[in-house]
Design a protein around this ligand. Structure first.
Ligand code: KIV
Length: 268
C-alpha cells in the first residue's frame, strides 16, 4: 500500500488479520514523522485540548480549533488516512449541526473521515453523517467527553452495554470503532462479533488495531499517564536539556560563535 489508505484498505486488513496502526498528530512536524513511519491512520484527536493546549479535559476544544489542526495534518500526510475528531457539543445537540460540522472536516480540512464518541445513544447521528457520505468512526467505552457523567476517566466494564453499543454503531454505518478503557476479554469478544475494524486504546492486544496519543508515547506529557500507555521515547527530557544548554551558552557568551555569524560584504 503506497497510496493513501482508505476505509476499504482497513476492512481488508481486518479480514487478513493484519494489525492497523493508528496514532494521533496535531501539527506539521509530527504529522510528517508519523505519516513517514508507516502508521495507517492518523487521528487529529480532541486530546489536543489536553496535550497541546494544556487543559484538564477535552471539553473546551472548539470546531474551529479542530479544523485548524486537521487541515495542517491532512495537508502533510500522503499515506495515512486522516480522521478528524468531532469536539464536545459539535454533534450531540442537533442532527443538522452534526452533519454540517462533520462535513467541515472533509470539505474545509481535507480529512477522510470523522470520529465521534458514544454508542447506541448516538447511532442516529452516526447514520445521518454516514448517509451524507462521510465515513464515521465510533468511539465507545471510556469516552473522555463524558468525563463528568462517568465520574472521572474510568475503565468501563459493562459487557452487555459495550457489546450492544458496538453492534449499534456498526448497524448505523460506522466504518470502524475505537474501544477505549475496557477489559481485554470484552474487547476481544467485540472484535470477533463485529465486521468493522476495532481500534483499541487501553483495550488489550486482541483489537484489530491500536492507537495511542502521540505525546504520551513520546514523553511529551508529564501528567499522570494511564496504565495502558507505553512510553517509547523521552522527548520532554531531550527538549529540556537542549533548551537549558542554549540558555547557559547564551549567558556564558559561548553562543553564537563565528560559525553562526555573518561577515561583511564580499566575505562568506
Ligand atoms: O482524542 C483522542 O486522541 C482520542 C484517542 C485517544 C482515541 O479520542
Amino acid at each position: 500500500m503506497t497510496s493513501q489508505i482508505t476505509v476499504t484498505d482497513l476492512y481488508k486488513m481486518k479480514k487478513e488479520g493484519k494489525k492497523i496502526v493508528a496514532l494521533t498528530a496535531y501539527d506539521f512536524p509530527f504529522a510528517k514523522i508519523v505519516d513517514e513511519s508507516g502508521v495507517h491512520m492518523i487521528l487529529v484527536g480532541d486530546s489536543l485540548g489536553m496535550v497541546v493546549q494544556g487543559q484538564s479535559s477535552t471539553l473546551p476544544v472548539t470546531m474551529d480549533e479542530m479544523i485548524y489542526h486537521t487541515k495542517i495534518v491532512a495537508n502533510t500526510c500522503t499515506r495515512a488516512m486522516v480522521v478528524g475528531d468531532m469536539p464536545f457539543m459539535s454533534y450531540q445537540a442537533r442532527m443538522e449541526d452534526a452533519v454540517v460540522n462533520a462535513g467541515r472536516f472533509l470539505k474545509e480540512a481535507g480529512a477522510i473521515a470523522v470520529k465521534l464518541e458514544g454508542g447506541a445513544g448516538v447511532s442516529h447521528i452516526i447514520k445521518a453523517i454516514s448517509d451524507a457520505s462521510i465515513p464515521v468512526q465510533a468511539h465507545i467505552g471510556l469516552t473522555p467527553q463524558s468525563v463528568h457523567k462517568m465520574g472521572g476517566f474510568k475503565v468501563q466494564r459493562d459487557e452487555e452495554r459495550l457489546m450492544a453499543d458496538a453492534r449499534e454503531v456498526e448497524s448505523a454505518g460506522a466504518f470502524s470503532v475505537v474501544l477505549e478503557g475496557i477489559p481485554a476479554d470484552i474487547a476481544k469478544k467485540i472484535t470477533d462479533a463485529v465486521s468493522i475494524p476495532t481500534i483499541g486504546i487501553g483495550a488489550g492486544p486482541e483489537c484489530d488495531g491500536q492507537i495511542l496519543v502521540l505525546h504520551d508515547l513520546l514523553g511529551l506529557n508529564d501528567r499522570h499517564l494511564p496504565k495502558f500507555v507505553k512510553q517509547y521515547a523521552d522527548l520532554g527530557k531531550d527538549a529540556r536539556e537542549g533548551v537549558r544548554m542554549y540558555v547557559s551558552e547564551v549567558q556564558e557568551g559561548k553562543f553564537p560563535t563565528e560559525a553562526h555569524s555573518y561577515k561583511g560584504a564580499g566575505q562568506k
